[in-house]
Design a protein around this ligand. Sequence first.
Ligand SMILES: [Zn+2]
Length: 72
Amino acid sequence: MRHIQDKRDGAWNVQPLSGVGATKTYVCPGCGLEIGVGVAHTVTWRADGIMGEVNDLAARRHWHLHCWKLKS
Ligand SMILES: [Zn+2]
């Protein structure tokens, strides 16, 4: 489930979210398009602690699965 991935800009917490758990729409920062209700996607927040965990969690972003995979 939740794990940490290294990207070029640092370490990220990655939490996969099932379609059942996706009850709101979000805008994906990768492509700028909407993630619809019921679409499985991934939630990410920084894991390198620069801003502190509470701030990191508050700044979490929702990504399409493929957009997150493509992120460098
Ligand atoms: Zn996307």
